[in-house]
Design a protein around this ligand. Structure first.
Ligand code: FES
Length: 122
């Protein structure tokens, strides 16, 4: 599913600034959607009950997960060539050697999903 969502709510906490990206009901288990944040296209998805946010671009060949990705239990599968990425770490799984995905902090509360700062690589 592809959906461009403008951030309409911002709040601050000890962990920095958070931007409202979607309603919790927009993201069913095993589903994902694309959100735009500045120049970044972010793939917001839900797996095992938790929301995750990674760059909407496979690091193997640049396919967009919002078009050719599938959310599985704990990982993201790119249908273009079969690369799999751990959603918790962004690391490529299995025999393929792909760079780690960029990831963002996610907070879900009061029926809304917020995006925070990008995690440092590693
Ligand atoms: S582009 Fe994703 S596996 Fe090749």
């Amino acid at each position: 599913m592809v959906a461009k969502i403008l951030f309409d709510g911002t709040k601050k906490s000890a962990l920095g600034e958070w931007h409202e990206a979607a309603a919790s009901t927009d993201l069913a288990e095993g589903q994902g959607l694309q959100v735009q944040r500045g120049h970044d296209r972010i793939y917001l998805c839900r797996s095992q009950g938790f929301a995750h946010a990674v760059e909407d671009r496979c690091t193997h060949g640049e396919a967009a997960f919002s078009e050719s990705g599938r959310v599985r239990s704990g990982f993201l599968l790119c249908l273009a060539h079969g690369a799999r990425f751990d959603l918790a770490s962004g690391r490529c799984l299995g025999a393929m050697r792909c760079p780690q995905l960029r990831r963002w902090r996610v907070l879900e509360e009061n029926g809304a999903i917020f995006l925070g700062e990008e995690y440092p690589p590693g």
